[in-house]
Design a protein around this ligand. Structure first.
Ligand SMILES: [Zn+2]
Length: 567
């Protein structure tokens, strides 16, 4: 009798597990590949990028543009966005099952969609447009070519950025839908760190971040040198994954931490929302990222880090080391295909020896994160709204000769804050050409940050600390023809191309006409070019007057005019 119940129970368990493993909540054969080449990724879902997690996968396009891009299933075009930066030319298709597929950095759309968007562009007299066609306007059938791959927007080389979003606009890893990517290599670990939670904790008698010597073994797993520690400590890893067909260092799909055999931390890179993506700067060690360009992923969670990809986090991911502790902390690193590597960190309890530390010199101004903070000196004021920062801290703040030193850019911000310069002591002519610049890099070059003027006050909003100054742009933009000359016949040309440039504040806008009619010119900021396509048929006369006006960010502008003939 007892045996019978046991057997029943076993069968039930087996049955339940079977369902658990075979059923994925995501349809496996619904979406086809967006390209008809072998899928090789230069970027994976949720991998770590500057100020955000990557919201899709980057598919290589054989170093070229113009590959056919297919709608991954039937549906309708629900959004088209064309912008100079970001996604460049992007297409969104809504499918009957509620998911939305996204295709970005395109070179152009299919003729039908291209016609639709050009009408919008001519209508609004703007290259940059965003439209939301209704469900019956641009229906997409299965296997339809919807666009051609490109390198438009903020793309560093030809590729297709592809996303799948759920019905709440949250990007999901497209690989969950059965995409075929060859990957037999486990994740690689390149560095490990230990962190004391507070002043009561230490690692090898050090009360700050400590890099641990990493020892790979022949199986592909890792250990570190044993550590002696005390109090609450956490760990951080620098890690990447490579697939079989490319050398690109991509992201992982899951990281877990185990203490005494129990899971105390998990980060699962399956899905996130755009609103939480900024917390990447809390998830990584932002200071090390800004100073050494290395991204340490912290296996512990600090205040304000509300990432939904964090699962089963116990005691914020920290472990408590006591006198008697003698154990191993383990980390499991996994890629999407389930290849995994393990890290073992031997931990032994050891109260700290008496450590003599020089007292830190701290500046007077103290920022309290959960309230408004205002700073003022000379002609400069700074306004930080509530919760601009994750933590309270002593801020370095000084103003000298119109240069504002505001701590260092190694502190992550949750929000933008406002810097205001009073320019009443400048001449009227100067006032028109001033802007607020961020001094960046080794040479402290001035970079334009979007500046607004209200009377004698110049203000700018920014999301990083650093050094800021007033800069003046006195030089007008330049406009030079690339493929034509004044007064010539251009009947055989397919396009008109000019090069535009601005030395300091940068291009703000441009407007081009032929015989007074607005023409669509595509701005490629990476090549500094404006291009007009003669297929738009705006010029119908033989003699044509091309006029282009380019304006920089402080309002200096240049007008270029040229006559050409065409039949
Ligand atoms: Zn991408």
């Amino acid at each position: 009798m007892q045996r019978n119940i046991f057997m029943k129970y076993t069968i039930l368990l087996l049955f339940w597990f079977n369902i658990g493993f075979s059923q994925s909540p995501y349809p496996q054969d619904y979406f086809r590949s967006p390209l008809d080449v072998t899928l090789v990724l230069s970027g994976t879902f949720a991998e770590l990028r500057s100020n955000h997690f990557h919201s899709g996968i980057d598919i290589k396009t054989q170093q070229r543009t113009g590959l056919n891009v297919y709608g991954v299933a039937e549906g309708y075009v629900s959004r088209i966005k064309v912008s100079h930066y970001g996604y460049g030319k992007a297409l969104y298709i809504t499918h009957p099952n509620g998911y939305v597929s996204v295709y970005a950095h395109l070179s152009k759309f299919s003729p039908r969609i291209q016609k639709y968007i050009k009408e919008c562009q001519y209508d609004k007299e703007s290259y940059e447009v965003e439209v939301f066609p209704s469900p019956d306007e641009l229906l997409i059938t299965a296997d339809e070519i919807v666009a051609f791959s490109g390198n438009s927007g903020s793309s560093g080389g030809p590729h297709l950025h592809f996303e799948i979003r759920d019905n709440e606009e949250r990007p999901i890893n497209p690989m969950l839908f059965g995409m075929d990517i060859k990957d037999t290599k486990p994740p690689v670990l390149s560095a490990v760190y230990a962190y004391p939670r507070d002043r009561n904790a230490h690692i090898n008698n050090i009360k700050k971040r400590k890099e641990l010597r990493l020892i790979p073994n022949e199986k592909g797993d890792y250990t570190t040198e044993p550590i002696e520690a005390y109090g609450d400590i956490g760990f951080g890893v620098v890690t990447y994954d490579q697939q079989d067909l490319a050398y690109n260092k991509n992201g992982l799909s899951n990281i877990q931490g185990f203490y005494n055999g129990n899971k105390t931390f998990e980060m699962d890179f399956k899905r996130f929302s755009f609103a939480e993506s900024k917390h990447i700067n809390r998830f990584i060690d932002y200071e090390v990222y800004k100073e050494e360009n290395s991204r340490i992923q912290k296996l512990f969670v600090q205040s304000g880090n509300t990432l939904s990809m964090l699962k089963d986090v116990n005691a914020s991911g920290y472990i408590t080391v006591e006198d008697s502790t003698n154990t191993v902390y383990k980390v499991r690193l996994r890629d999407f295909r389930g290849n995994e590597s393990w890290l073992s960190i031997p931990v032994k309890g050891q109260p700290a020896k008496e450590i003599l530390e020089a007292p830190e010199l701290k500046p007077n101004t103290y920022i309290i994160a959960n309230q408004v903070n205002e700073l003022e000196q000379g002609n400069v004021s700074v306004y930080f709204p509530t919760n601009t920062f994750y933590d309270d801290f002593h801020i370095n703040f000084s103003v000298l000769n119109d240069t504002l030193k505001l701590h260092k850019n190694t502190i992550p911000l949750m929000k933008s804050y406002t810097i205001t310069f009073d320019i009443k002591n400048y001449s009227v002519a100067d006032k028109d050409q001033l802007f607020i610049a961020n001094l960046y890099g080794y040479y402290q070059r001035p970079g334009y940050i979007s500046t607004k003027r209200l009377g004698d006050l110049l203000s700018a909003r920014t999301k990083s600390l650093g050094t800021f100054t007033l800069a003046r742009d006195t030089v007008n933009p330049t406009i030079k023809p690339v493929n034509f000359q004044e007064g010539k016949w251009l009947s055989k040309l397919n396009e008109l191309k000019v090069k535009i440039d601005d030395d300091l504040s940068g291009i703000s806008n441009y407007r081009a006409t032929i015989n007074g009619k607005w023409i669509l010119m595509e701005y490629d900021y990476k090549k500094d070019t404006l291009t007009y396509d003669f297929d738009d048929h705006i010029n119908t006369a033989t003699e044509n007057n091309l006029k282009i006006i380019v304006t920089d960010n402080v309002g200096n502008s240049t007008t270029f005019e040229s006559i050409f003939f065409r039949k």
